[in-house]
Each structure stands twice: as C-alpha cells, then as structure tokens.
Design a protein around this ligand. Structure first.
Ligand SMILES: Nc1ncnc2c1ncn2[C@@H]1O[C@H](COP(=O)(O)OP(=O)(O)OP(=O)(O)O)[C@@H](O)[C@H]1O
Length: 475
C-alpha cells in the first residue's frame, strides 16, 4: 500500500500523540511550511501575535504559514533543504526548549512536509550538558589567555636584540606599526628576523588576543597555494586529497596574517590576493560565495620587489597595496655593533637547551665573528653558536674553535680538499657551491635553479636556509 501525504501526516500525528507524555509541543507542516496540525500545548506560540491575527484555537492555525504563529520557526528550512535538525536549543519567551525537526518524505523520497517536537523538561535534560559545556568553555578561555600571554611575552619588541641605530629604528617602527592597522611590508635578507618582527608587531597591536597566522608562500607548491590562502568549500571538486577546510585568511580572522616570501607568489594568485585585500573578502575554492574577513596583513620578502615589478614578475598594484608601511631589517654585517650581544645571547640559549654551562666568547673569537660577512644573518649566527657547542670543547670559545666552523668565503668553498674534513663536511660544501652556481646561472630565479638541480622548490628553499644562502640580490 502506498501512502500519500495525508496518510503520512496522520501517521506522524499518531506517533506524536503516543509520545505526548514526553513532549511539550508538537507541530506538523506541509511542504510549503503551512501548519497541518499541532497539539494543544502552546509553549512556542506567540500568543500576542495569535490574538492580533484573530487565531483563537489550534484549529484556526491550520493552513497558516508556520512563521505567523512561531516567528523564529526553522521548519521552512527543513522542508526546503530536506535536512533534519535533530537537536536545537530554542528560547520561546521564558521557555528554553530542546527541539527536534525532521522532514517527512513520500515513497519516492520527495519531501511532503516536516514535523517538530519539543522535549518536556528540556531544562532538566539540558542542565548536565550545559554544565559540561560551560566548564569546557571556561577552561578553553583560560587556556587561550595563557597561550596569548606566553605568546605575547616571547615575541614582543623587547625580545628583539640589538641596540645599533638601525635596530633601534626598527624597534621604533615596530611599536608604531602596533598602533596602526595598515599593511606592513618587511624587507630584508634571509635570517634578519622578519618573522620575529611580524610577531612583535602583532603582540604590540590590539589584536594580540586574536590569532597570528603565518604562511610561507615559497614553501608551498604553486598549485596548492590558492586553497591554502582562501580555503576549500564543501563539495568543491578540486581533485584528490583536498577536503573542505578554511584558508589562512579565515583562520586569521580578527587577527594578523603573516605572508612570508611574498615575492615568490605566482602572478595569477597575486591578482586574487589583491582582490582579497581590496574587498576584505575571500572566495573559497569551489564556492561562489564570498566570506567577509577582518585580517591585518604583514608581508615579508627577501627579494627586490621593485625590480620584480619592473621585470613584470610582480604586479605593481599589489606592490603599492603592500608597501604602505615598509620596515627594512638591516643585514647583520651592517650592524656589527650588535654582534657581541647577539653572540652571547645565542651562546646562553644553546647552553640552556643543551643543559651545559654557558661558554664566554673570547675577544679574539668575537673579532673573528666580526670579520665574517654573515650571508645567513642572525639565523646563521645562531647556527654557528650551536655548532660550536656541539663540535668543540672548553670553557670559553676561542678563535681556533671558529676556524673550522665558520664557512669560508664562497670562492674558497671549492671541492678540492685543503685540509682534512669529514665526508659530511665536504658534501655540505659541495652542495652549497652547486646551489650557488645554479642560482647564479639562473640569475637568482629559485624556481629555475631548483629545476636545474633536480630539486623541488620547497627542497631548494630548505637547503638555502641550511646553508644560510641569501637571495636578496635576485629578482
Ligand atoms: N633581533 C633579534 N634578536 C634575537 N633573535 C633574532 C633577532 N632577529 C632574528 N632572530 C632569530 O634569528 C632567526 C631567524 O629569524 P627569522 O626567522 O625571523 O628571519 P627571517 O628574516 O624571517 O628569515 P627568512 O627570510 O629566511 O624567513 C630566528 O631564530 C629568530 O628568532
């Protein structure tokens, strides 16, 4: 026997009469969200509205659009989408009710209407859940506070080491950038502290309690970048391995988005980024809807963006949009006044992390450090100190300790062995010189250099960091 809508409504009604003991209110609507039946408990009806409409009894309601008697009803959503809303918490006047809504379908699966019922004693059922929820909420809030506090204390301007005039100027600009909301562009060679400065700006801003989200453009393959930036919409067909997820813009909503190596951004995506910055909204992959976002942008690059604009590799309009508040981070070789304090800072940090006594640097060792030109800047200095602790002994750091550890200039980093070295050292040097040669040949174009070396760009990028190779001259 097949059942038409009428029979289905009757069955649903019979069911709800049967469970009358348990339910406070029950209602049935047709596919146009007009009331077919309701029980006579009036918890969710707006009695004033009913009176003004001249509806005195349940019978008068039949045929009325459901919203006329339950102003915030979600029944229309159920009949229109065919999706049930099995658990919803609604407030009707002084009542708080647990409401379940289900679509009614015919044999062929077509939605013919929907039913809803509210559990009696909802508050009694809800209380344990609500208590647990409240407890979790306050625990989360506490943890967020602690996290923000620890983040704030680790990444403030005060933690930027250096008192050279160039560094003092950087600190002034960082504080200023904290007070405004403009886009900041951080310029400087690799390892000069761009990421650290981005954190410090965030920590100095009133967004400090909101997320700081970083995205390294060079470390992500071009074809995945768009999804990374803007997210993937539900049901989007974007090929294997990509699931619905928010993009970095959404994750950073209300906070700061740090875009590192912005100069490595492919041109088509530059246009999309520009649009997102101008409109303050993003469109997830596979979606035709835009999402409003409130994000403060800090971009960074070690490349010469003006040259890239001239050669057509970087959009001028995006460049102007980013270059609102530029901060130049000095190379370590240009602020050697800071070397002593930085070196002892990293000496202490390494000692603590290796659980060893701290070693002082002798004047001759410091002289040697000052004589080196630090292509990898502060990151390279930190690495050198770490190597000193691991590869040498002694209570103090001597110049001799450094001779083996400080890289020789590029010209002498050849393959011919001039002294006894381990195989690993020799291979490291060979790798370094091959990368430098490939970069040179590709005129600084990392993508081309990576291709010629048979490496992925991400891989090359990791190796550049490892060897402290700067790419500031490219572009
Ligand atoms: N002024 C500073 N005081 C203390 N530590 C610093 C300072 N500048 C940089 N560092 C440290 O040096 C390392 C490199 O810094 P960071 O990653 O911020 O550089 P970067 O310019 O973003 O590098 P890249 O361009 O390669 O991404 C980090 O460990 C950072 O903590």
């Amino acid at each position: 026997m097949t059942m038409g809508p009428e029979e289905r409504f009757a069955a649903a009604r019979a069911l709800m009469v049967m469970i009358d003991e348990m339910i406070e209110g029950a209602i049935l609507v047709d596919k146009d969200a007009r009331i077919v039946w309701s029980n006579d408990k009036h918890v969710w009806f707006d009695s004033k509205q009913m009176a003004s409409l001249g509806l005195r009894s349940v019978a008068d309601m039949v045929g009325q659009p459901v919203e006329r008697v339950i102003p915030h009803s979600r029944m229309r959503e159920v009949v229109e989408t065919g999706r049930s809303l099995p658990l919803d918490i609604m407030r009707y006047g002084e009542h708080i009710l647990l409401v379940s809504r289900l679509p009614l379908r015919d044999e062929g699966g077509e939605v013919v209407g929907a039913l809803a019922f509210a559990l009696k004693n909802s508050l009694t059922y809800l209380r344990p859940i609500a208590d647990r929820f409240n407890k979790l909420q306050s625990r989360l809030a506490r943890m967020e506070q602690e996290l923000a506090a620890s983040r704030a204390s680790k990444h403030t301007v005060e933690n930027l080491i250096g008192f050279s005039p160039a560094m003092l100027q950087v600190k002034r600009l960082v504080r200023k950038a904290g007070q405004i909301t403009s886009t900041v562009l951080l310029l400087g060679e690799t390892g000069t502290g761009k990421e650290l400065v981005a954190h410090a700006i965030h920590a100095a801003s009133d967004r400090v309690d909101r997320p700081f989200v970083g995205l390294n453009v060079a470390a992500i393959p071009d074809n995945l970048l768009e999804a990374e930036f803007f997210g993937v919409a539900p049901g989007a067909y974007t090929g294997a391995g990509r699931q619905t997820r928010p993009g970095k813009f959404q994750l950073a909503d209300g906070g700061t988005l740090f875009l590192d190596e912005i100069g490595d951004m492919p041109l088509p995506l530059q246009a999309k980024l520009l649009r997102a910055l101008q409109e303050r909204e993003v469109e997830p992959l596979g979606s035709n809807q835009v999402i409003k976002v409130d994000v403060r942008i800090i971009a960074a690059t070690s490349r010469a963006l003006p040259d890239m604009v001239k050669s057509g590799a970087f959009r001028p309009d995006l460049y102007y949009r980013l270059n609102v508040f530029p901060i130049h981070l000095p190379a370590l070789r240009d602020r050697k006044e800071d070397l002593d304090i930085l070196a002892s800072f990293f000496s202490e940090r390494t000692a603590v992390s290796l659980d060893q006594p701290m070693r002082d640097l002798t004047p001759s060792a410091l002289d040697m450090l000052r004589g080196y030109d630090w292509p990898g800047n502060i990151r390279e200095l930190a690495n050198i100190l770490e190597q000193l602790y691991v590869r040498t002994e002694g209570e103090r750091i001597l110049a001799e300790d450094l001779t083996d550890i400080l890289p020789r200039t590029v010209a002498s980093a050849s393959v011919s062995p001039t002294r006894t070295r381990t195989l690993a050292e020799a291979m490291d040097e060979l790798e370094r010189s091959l990368i430098l040669a490939a970069l040179d040949e590709a005129k600084g174009n990392k993508l081309e250099a990576a291709r010629n070396l048979g490496l992925s760009r991400t891989n090359l990028y990791a190796k550049l960091r490892k060897h402290g190779i700067t790419t500031a001259s490219e572009g």
